[in-house]
Design a protein around this ligand. Structure first.
Ligand code: XLS
Ligand code: NI
Ligand code: NI
Length: 476
């Protein structure tokens, strides 16, 4: 009994440690002997061949049913509409740990350490994975791909070593980075924020980290760079100078723009809105808030937005709403393709499998003429209970197939034209001489009052929402 008690206590402590420091796996009992420090030999995903398109009737889970990379839809290859990307942090650093439980995933290539050697082995696994999946892009945080160091110099040296290998693997496979980013939220130094920290030393440290992350993203031919301000926000307004913090954030972004230009990095800088988690309130709440921030500080021409669907729903919007807000402001840069759970109130980062949602997402993307040089990054992870290596493939396949169905459906809707016609008709009273005058800002209140008296009570037509829903459904 006593021994069991101690064992359970240790297990709890271990779980808490994992949850707090996000450490990688330990060697599972059944893998003892395999979890050594020797070089990895052979394939990481033996028995899994390159994933092919087999069409909707295929029963093979390791095949695409709807995503056919080379097929043209509305004049563009599917692979060019999407520019799918694998998120290194979920696929290769996700352990299945949650605040109540220890890691559940013990990938055979993991040795239980966060050594440089392990980081390189993981990078090789990443490239075998994206090659077999048939995806051309990947995304990373600086600290996912290489171990942190005791000093900034040590951390940078570690990063350089792993990035050198990534560059080599990229050249062999012709893959590229969709976006890179700096992890400015895990280390305790960032507890008050990074660019919005109350501590000047932390602001400087964060700047140094972003400087390095921009350099390596550039070196890896990244096409974008992301700022997700996980801790750029507050827990209480009582102890927060919000105005000062927002000013600091703007200065930080200005410095990033200047440095990007200095090193000749032509990628797009993206801000990824999220309303809260881990902070109570995050400054980049949603697309509209972020657009307002960029306008206020004169940064609107220098940034675009990375819209994450799960963040959209956390802010009380749909993903479609956030995409439309970004699009009509000329800010739609990239999509973190994932979804939340309607019954769970946090960023569960699930693979998006809702075909109707995917269709609406693709309506925005098509209206935008695509999102290149951005793409669709799978900021999504396996459920804690999905623990087989092939689950990694299956999850990405259904994520890609769902978006592909969305694209096909959206193209059908656009080619059919009934939905657009419904919307056009709804506003047709403005397709008149006076409508044009209003839209050109040439109708003052005196003029409009005269017209209102002349016309009398206006006739108001039906919005036809259910018909619009019927049309949408006919394309699914
Ligand atoms: C967290 C964010 C994060 C960013 C990159 O909620 O989605 O993963 O995409 O820092
Ligand atoms: Ni994200
Ligand atoms: Ni997220």
């Amino acid at each position: 009994m006593k021994a069991w008690g101690i064992f359970l206590l240790l297990l709890c402590l271990q779980a808490i440690t994992y949850a707090v420091i996000g450490e990688s796996q330990t060697c599972p009992a059944e893998n003892v002997g395999k979890c050594d420090d020797s070089d990895w030999e052979g394939e990481f995903f033996p028995g899994i061949n390159k994933i092919k398109y087999e069409g909707p009737s295929s029963k093979n889970p390791l095949s695409f049913k709807w995503y056919n990379a080379e097929e043209e839809i509305l004049g563009k290859k599917m692979k060019d509409w999407f520019r799918f990307s694998v998120a290194f942090w979920h696929t290769f650093r996700g352990t299945g740990a949650d605040p109540f439980g220890a890691p559940t995933k013990y990938w055979p290539w993991e040795d239980g350490t966060n050594s440089l050697k392990m980081a390189k082995r993981r990078m090789r696994a990443n490239f075998e994975f994206i090659n077999k999946l048939g995806v051309d892009w990947w995304c990373f945080h600086d600290r996912d791909i290489a171990p942190d160091g005791e000093t900034l110099e040590e951390a940078n040296a570690n990063l350089d070593e792993v990035v050198a290998l990534a560059k080599e693997l990229q050249m062999q496979s012709k893959k590229k980075v969709l976006w890179g980013t700096a992890q400015l939220f895990m280390h305790p130094r960032y507890m008050h924020g990074a660019a919005t920290s109350s501590e000047l030393g932390v602001y400087a440290y964060a700047a140094a980290q972003v400087k390095k992350a921009l350099e390596v993203t550039h070196y890896l031919e990244g096409e974008n760079y992301v700022f997700w301000g996980g801790r750029e926000g507050y827990q209480s307004l009582l102890n927060t100078d919000m105005e000062r913090e927002l000013n600091h954030l703007a200065r930080f972004f200005e410095a990033a723009v200047a440095y990007k230009k200095k090193i000749g990095f032509n990628g797009t800088l993206l801000i990824e809105p999220k309303p809260q988690e881990p902070t109570k309130h995050q400054y980049d709440w949603d697309a509209a808030t972020t657009a307002n921030f960029l306008r206020k500080y004169g940064l609107i021409g220098e940034f675009k937005l990375n819209i994450e669907c799960n963040h959209a729903t956390l802010s009380g919007h749909s993903c479609h709403h956030e995409l439309e807000t970004a699009r009509i402001n000329g800010l739609l840069g990239n999509i973190d393709a994932n979804t939340g759970d309607p019954q769970v109130g946090w960023d569960t980062d699930q693979f998006l499998v809702d075909i109707q949602e995917a269709t609406m997402i693709m309506l925005s993307v098509i209206k935008n003429g695509g999102i290149a040089p951005g793409g669709f990054n799978f900021d999504a992870k396996l459920r804690r209970e999905s623990t087989d290596v092939d689950d990694l493939f299956i999850a990405h396949i259904i994520g890609m197939d769902t978006m592909a169905r969305g694209l096909r459906n959206a193209a059908t809707l656009i080619e059919d034209g009934t939905l657009a016609e419904l919307v056009r008709k709804r506003y047709q009273s403005f397709d008149t001489e006076i409508g044009a005058q209003i839209e050109a800002g040439k109708a003052d209140f005196d003029f409009l009052e005269k017209k209102a008296k002349e016309w009398g009570e206006p006739k108001v037509a039906s919005a036809k929402q259910e018909l619009a829903e019927m049309i949408l459904q006919s394309a699914l």
